[in-house]
Design a protein around this ligand. Structure first.
Ligand code: FAD
Length: 403
């Protein structure tokens, strides 16, 4: 800007689509771009196109509340999110882009003996998998976060489960970093290119109909997040996914006072403070199905009530902005990274509340699956048929983590 916004070089090209690619990825969100990046970088697959109906970062990757953590309880989830955390820890060096990875610590507050026991169990599971976890008592939490309402008559705070390595990452920089890294290795990122149909011959996908014409492909990979069911419908694939809106909120800028990410254990609310001073917070999804990227006032009220119950001073803070993103809510709270009933069609979906933190591991495991036709060891649990076989990974991946 000091140079009058002149002389900027685009970070990635805007190519005209080729007639055919070895791999087409539908969706230029975090997962689609990370998949393209790792396909090119780790597996040498570079004849790849990422088709994005809007612009890079216009979906959930640029709409989330930026929290990363690997504080999961269950087999399947725990090692996967820890792989993601390890990739976050080296990501900026890896793709040479400042994503502002900030391991400021994530605290889940607990408010009852039963909740403490559940959190202890989760912390132990984390430690057994080599993930850092600390159980804090009330005094330790009070020293870190004196502004919380410890004596709330209904929900007195007893302590917190803390993951020090959790934190936040500048979300749109993640999209840009992966996009630039993929582009520089030969991947075509094609924006304003909506997939409107999937062409099949002899039981295989041959290409996609798009707003820029037909494009052929050897393999087709879905990474459309909140629009997964819409895209899967194009090949009559029914997914155990519902789309809901999740809202995010940012307050006016305040002097630094929240050093960590804090989640309420007695309601659905979580908050962190951005480097510009705004409080970034959110809560539960809107309860109805929707593809709109905006939510409803009833949820705003619900989030605000939970926030004020946790931090009474919030009642004086003005909200500057809010928005919504369309969430692909799976039926057990865990994602799907798998092949499908069509041999050369691959699926990445069901990220619920927690797909941002999963971006690096999801991209890595999905690229492995697409390149080798074999699931990566760490993502093997996220099979589509687990719903039919009753092998759920039943861990509602929400900020407050009730279980
Ligand atoms: P997206 O960025 O949505 O990418 C999918 C892309 O597919 C979109 O850009 C879309 O335009 C494109 N697309 C769809 N249909 C088509 C089509 N037919 N043709 C071409 N392109 C198409 N997760 C966390 O881990 N931590 C958080 O703190 C967190 N907070 C959140 C807060 C909010 C308000 C929201 C909405 C989400 C939050 N999430 C969080 C979840 C996380 O953002 C998502 O799970 C994740 O970003 C989804 O993957 P993605 O980045 O690939 O999605």
């Amino acid at each position: 800007a000091l140079r009058g916004n002149k002389g900027w070089a685009p970070a990635w090209r805007s190519p005209v689509p080729k007639n055919r690619y070895d791999v087409i990825i539908i969706g230029g969100g975090g997962h689609g771009l990370a998949t393209a990046y790792y396909l090119a970088k780790e597996f040498g697959v570079t004849n790849v196109a990422v088709l994005e109906k809007g612009y890079i970062g216009s979906g959930n990757v640029g709409r989330n509340t930026t929290i990363i953590r690997s504080n999961y309880l269950l087999q399947g989830n725990n090692p996967f999110y820890e792989l993601s955390m390890k990739l976050w820890e080296g990501l900026e060096q890896d793709f040479n882009f400042n994503a502002m990875v900030s391991q400021r610590g994530v605290l889940n507050l607990y408010h009852s003996d039963a909740q403490r026991d559940a959190y202890t169990r989760r912390g132990n599971a984390m430690r057994l998998h080599g993930v850092d976890a600390d159980l804090l008592d009330r005094n330790a939490v009070r020293q870190m976060l004196p502004f919380l309402d410890f004596d709330n008559a209904r929900f007195p705070i007893q302590g917190a489960l803390m993951q020090k390595r959790g934190g936040t990452v500048r979300h749109d920089a993640v999209a840009w970093g992966y996009a630039r890294g993929a582009d520089s290795r030969g991947v075509d990122i094609i924006q304003n290119c909506e997939v409107t149909g999937i062409r099949r011959e002899n039981g295989r996908v041959t290409g996609v109909e798009t707003s820029q014409g037909f494009i052929g492909c050897g393999k087709l990979a879905l990474a459309a997040a909140g629009n997964s069911t819409v895209v899967a419908d194009m090949v009559d694939l029914k997914l155990p996914i519902e789309s809901h809106v999740l809202q995010a909120f940012v307050s006016e800028g305040l002097k630094p006072f929240i050093d960590n990410v804090v989640t309420f254990g007695a309601g659905h609310f979580y908050v962190s403070q951005s480097d510009k001073g705004g409080l970034v917070f959110g809560g539960d999804i809107d309860g109805y199905n929707s593809y709109a990227q905006r939510g409803n006032l009833a949820t705003v009220e619900h989030v605000a009530e939970a926030g004020v119950a946790m931090i009474p001073a919030l009642s004086r803070v003005r909200v500057l902005r809010s928005w919504g993103g369309v969430m692909d809510m799976s039926m057990d709270g865990s994602p799907i990274i798998d092949r499908t009933h069509i041999d050369n069609l691959y699926l990445n979906a069901g990220w619920c509340y927690g797909g941002f933190k999963a971006t690096p591991a999801s991209g890595f495991c999905y690229a492995h699956l697409i390149a080798k036709n074999e699931p990566h060891e760490t993502g093997r649990a996220f099979r589509l048929d687990r719903f039919a076989r009753g092998r759920m990974i039943d861990e509602k991946g929400v900020g407050s983590q009730p279980n």
